[in-house]
Design a protein. Structure first.
Length: 458
């Protein structure tokens, strides 16, 4: 009886400790990783590094000098050599270490074994990046950071840069309009596409940028942000009037650039430019970001007259996508469905949209339209997004790279309040004044101070 009592006295705290650890792992994965997961994974890595590398086929034969030294000093068997390991650096979401590749190895060899490494060391995922020739960085993520998104505190944006989501490797996904001027964002109803758009507008609201919206759902998506919008079209008829105005604004900016290019012999090289960013700051026009929500509404036609209007609007969108970057005009095209069956010009417009973000879609054809031409392997990842994870998406660009991202929650009220507080920052563009939404604007003294950049966090 005394032995049973002793066993219960010892086993009770152990069971409670195990139950607490299981609860923390399920409900508070970040805390569990910092207290339990990180030490356990570090011990696993240190104790099994050589054997794991050998099992993954990442070892090579030792050099002749090493073989001679081993035979002269010891009688041990000469074993294959794994990549030289650097110092293990713990992070809030995992750990990192640098590996010096052995002769004959390449980064693709390590990347091909990433799935084996993460199982061997008990982490959620593993990623490989090249630091310099012969050196790669192995990033191990301890838990699923996309299950409960928390943006890093160091996710700092900048001018025309918005930290809008979190990647699956725990790094921020930054929408950089200077690098990727135009983007196509697809997503079915309740997939999180509107949340993504909400973050973009809130992030740009405190920057000296003109925001223009086309929302053919009678403005229900973009109307809450009307105080910060320089122009808003809520149906195809208004869009047919707004798009030519933007094209004319683009042409005027090209005239300004061309006038600056009246190059005299004494003109220094740094004064010669082919876009607005080379103009002096006091002459530079303000950038314009055009948000097109439900782009399919611009393609749909019912009559012959509608078809003519559609062709004109699509042509103007394509012109803006082809020529707008140098004039500081950027497109953010969103929709539930995007395919060649929308009509003439759809495929040509898509080809000009460098960035691609695909949320959960209702059919594989939409995923292929978004990602198939830049990263075919990403199509399956986009089609496997579960409805229970709104905001999860696959982001890619024409370089062929892609990654899973997820947008943190941002309420519509908070985003609208940000636009209301920054309403005094709407730039003065005479061409867009007829399309400016008629909303009351707070006095400047009641507005919040301007902060650049404005990081997006939850």
């Amino acid at each position: 009886m005394s032995d049973l009592t002793t066993l219960l006295e010892v086993g009770g705290p152990v069971v409670a400790l195990g139950g607490g650890a299981a609860y923390a792992r399920a409900k508070h994965p970040a805390a569990y990783w910092s207290t339990v997961g990180l030490p356990v994974s570090t011990v696993r890595l240190l104790s099994s590094y050589g054997s794991v590398m050998e099992a993954c086929g990442l070892t090579v034969a030792p050099s002749r000098l090493r073989v001679l030294a081993m035979k002269a000093m010891t009688q041990r068997e000469v074993r294959p050599v794994p990549p030289r390991r650097g110092i293990i650096r713990p992070t809030l979401t995992g750990l990192k270490l640098r590996l010096r590749l052995a002769p004959g190895q390449e980064p693709a060899d390590i990347a091909a074994s990433a799935e084996r490494l993460r199982h061997a060391w008990g982490v959620h995922s593993a990623y490989v990046t090249t630091v310099k020739p012969g050196v790669v960085e192995l990033s191990l993520v301890g838990y699923d950071v996309l299950r409960r998104v928390r943006m890093p505190r160091k996710a700092v944006g900048g001018f025309l840069k918005v930290p809008v989501a979190l990647r699956e490797d725990a790094t921020p996904f930054i929408r950089d309009y200077r690098t990727i001027p135009h983007q196509l964002t697809l997503g079915a109803t309740l997939s999180g596409k509107s949340m993504y758009l909400r973050h973009l507008i809130a992030g740009l609201a405190r920057q000296p940028v003109a925001l223009v919206g086309i929302d053919c759902k009678r403005g229900v998506e973009l109307a809450p942000f009307a105080p910060r919008l320089s122009a808003l079209a809520t149906d195809p008829d208004q869009a047919a009037e707004l798009l030519p105005t933007l094209v004319k604004e683009m042409e005027d900016r090209y005239d300004l650039i061309r006038a600056r290019q009246g190059i005299a012999p004494e003109t220094p090289d740094e004064a010669i430019t082919s876009d607005i960013w080379g103009l002096p700051e006091d002459e530079r026009p303000v950038p314009v970001v055009l948000f097109v929500d439900e782009v399919a509404e611009l393609f749909l036609v019912a009559t012959k007259k509608d078809e003519e209007r559609r062709d004109e609007m699509v042509t103007q969108l394509i012109r803006l996508a082809q020529l707008g970057r140098a004039a500081g005009i950027h497109l953010e095209v969103c929709g539930q469905r995007f395919g060649a069956e929308l009509g003439k010009g759809a495929t040509m417009l898509r080809a000009q949209l460098t960035g691609r973000v695909c949320h959960r879609v209702n059919d594989e054809a939409s995923a292929k339209m978004a990602l198939g031409d830049i990263a075919p392997e990403a199509v399956h990842a986009a089609c496997s997004i579960a409805p229970e994870r709104p905001g999860l998406a696959v982001a890619g660009d024409t370089s062929g790279g892609w990654s899973r991202i997820r947008t943190p929650y941002l309420s519509l009220g908070d985003a609208a309040e940000t636009c209301q507080e920054s309403a005094h920052m709407v730039p003065d563009l005479a061409a867009l004044k007829p399309f400016r939404p008629n909303v009351p604007v707070r006095p400047v003294e009641d507005a919040a101070p301007v902060v650049l950049p404005h990081p997006v966090t939850d």
